[in-house]
Design a protein around this ligand. Structure first.
Ligand SMILES: Cc1cc2nc3c(=O)[nH]c(=O)nc-3n(C[C@H](O)[C@H](O)[C@H](O)COP(=O)(O)O)c2cc1C
Length: 315
C-alpha cells in the first residue's frame, strides 16, 4: 500500500474500534500524519480547478461481449477471484449480526446521505443523518429512508409518524462535520440544531424547517411506512419511511446549464463504510447502451463469439 494513503495510517480508529469513545480532541490527534484537507481545491469561488474532474472511462476501447480480461486492469482485478481460498463466505443465519451489519455498511457503498429534519408532536425540532436512503420513483416523486429501531426508536421515525412531515437535505462537503455531529445520541432536552451549529430555514409546504446550509433540500410528506419484522424474533427491527416530495429547493449557483445540479458544484458527500465519508473528485461518463444504436453490431459480435466457442468445443 502507498504510504501516503490514509488507509495506511493505523492511528485512525478502524471498524473494530469503538469510535464512540473518541472525543473530538482525541480523534483530532489521530489525524497526524494524514495529508491535510485541500480546502482551496473545493472552494468553487476561488479555484479554477473543477472539484470533480472528468476523465475518460476505463477501457474506452471496450467492445460489446468482450471479457473483463481484455484490459490489464480487468486481468489484475480477476487475479484475486480464482481459487476457493480467495473468498470468504458469511452465512447470515450463522454469523453474528454485528458482523453482517459491518459487512453491509462497508460493502454497500458509496451511499447517499439524507439529512432529515423533523418536528415532534409537541413541536421539538430534530435533525439526523440517514444513509439507508434512496430515490424510489419520479412519479409520484418518492424517496425512502430506513431507520433502525434498536437500541431505541429514532426520534426521526417517531416524529414523522406523528406529524407526517419532514425535509430531506443533501449534505455538501462544507458542512459535513456539522451534519456528522447531528447524529449524536443527545438527551431529549438538547437541540441537535444547536450542537451541529446548523441554520433553520422555514419550509413552504411542511412544518419541519429545511437546512439553510444544504444546496438541495426536499420538503416531504409521509407517504407510507414498512415495518421490517425480524422473521426469527418477531421484533420490528427497522422502519422504512416513504416520503412524497412536495417541493425541491436548489441553490441556483449549483445548477448547470441544463438546470440540474452540477456534481462539481453540489459536492455531495457519501457514506463509504464504518466512519468513512467519500467525496467524488473524478467522474467519467458512459452512454446508456441502446439496441437501436448498437443492436446490429452486438448481434454480429455474439454470433462470432458463439462460432469461436463451437470451434473450441471440437478440440
Ligand atoms: C452518516 C450517517 C448515516 C447514518 N445512517 C443511518 C441510517 O441509515 N439508519 C439509522 O437508523 N441510523 C443512521 N445513522 C445514525 C443516526 O443518525 C443516529 O442514530 C441519530 O442519533 C438518530 O437521530 P434521531 O433519534 O434524532 O432520529 C447514521 C449516522 C451517520 C453519521
Amino acid at each position: 500500500m502507498n504510504s501516503d494513503s490514509p488507509l495506511s495510517n493505523s492511528a485512525v480508529p478502524s471498524l473494530d474500534q469503538d469510535t464512540t469513545k473518541y472525543t473530538q480532541e482525541l480523534f483530532s490527534s489521530c489525524l497526524e500524519g494524514l495529508p491535510t484537507f485541500e480546502e482551496s481545491r473545493y472552494n468553487t469561488s476561488t479555484s479554477d480547478d473543477p472539484a470533480v474532474k472528468y476523465i475518460q472511462p476505463p477501457n474506452p476501447g471496450w467492445k460489446f461481449g468482450e471479457k473483463i480480461e481484455s484490459s490489464d486492469l480487468g486481468r489484475k482485478w480477476m487475479e484475486g477471484s480464482k481459487l476457493e481460498d480467495d473468498w470468504e463466505h458469511f452465512d447470515a443465519d450463522k454469523e453474528d449480526n454485528r458482523k453482517i451489519y459491518a459487512l453491509m455498511i462497508s460493502g454497500i457503498q458509496p451511499r447517499p446521505i439524507a439529512f432529515i429534519s423533523s418536528v415532534s408532536a409537541s413541536g421539538e425540532e430534530n435533525i439526523a443523518p440517514f444513509s439507508f436512503f434512496q430515490a424510489l420513483s419520479p412519479s409520484p416523486p418518492l424517496i425512502m429512508i430506513s431507520a433502525m429501531n434498536a437500541p431505541r426508536i429514532k426520534d426521526t421515525t417517531t416524529n414523522i409518524q406523528a406529524t407526517k412531515e419532514f425535509t430531506v437535505n443533501l449534505i455538501s462537503l462544507p458542512w459535513i462535520v456539522q451534519a456528522n455531529a447531528a447524529s449524536i445520541d443527545a438527551p431529549a432536552h438538547v437541540s441537535e440544531w444547536e450542537v451541529a451549529g446548523l441554520t433553520k430555514e422555514p419550509s413552504t409546504h411542511v412544518r419541519a424547517p429545511r437546512v439553510k446550509e444544504s444546496a438541495f433540500s426536499m420538503e416531504c410528506t409521509f407517504f407510507d411506512k414498512y415495518d421490517i419484522v425480524h422473521p426469527d424474533t418477531g421484533i420490528t427491527a427497522s422502519t422504512i419511511t416513504f416520503g412524497l416530495i412536495k417541493c425541491i429547493h436548489v441553490r441556483k449557483n449549483v445548477l448547470n446549464a441544463r438546470g440540474v445540479p452540477d456534481p462539481a458544484k453540489l459536492q455531495t458527500v457519501s457514506r463509504m463504510g464504518d466512519i468513512s465519508y467519500g467525496l467524488t473528485t473524478e467522474a467519467f461518463r458512459l452512454p446508456r447502451p441502446s439496441w437501436v444504436a448498437d443492436g446490429e453490431v452486438i448481434e454480429k459480435v455474439l454470433d462470432k463469439n458463439r462460432q469461436l466457442d463451437l470451434v473450441g468445443d471440437n478440440h
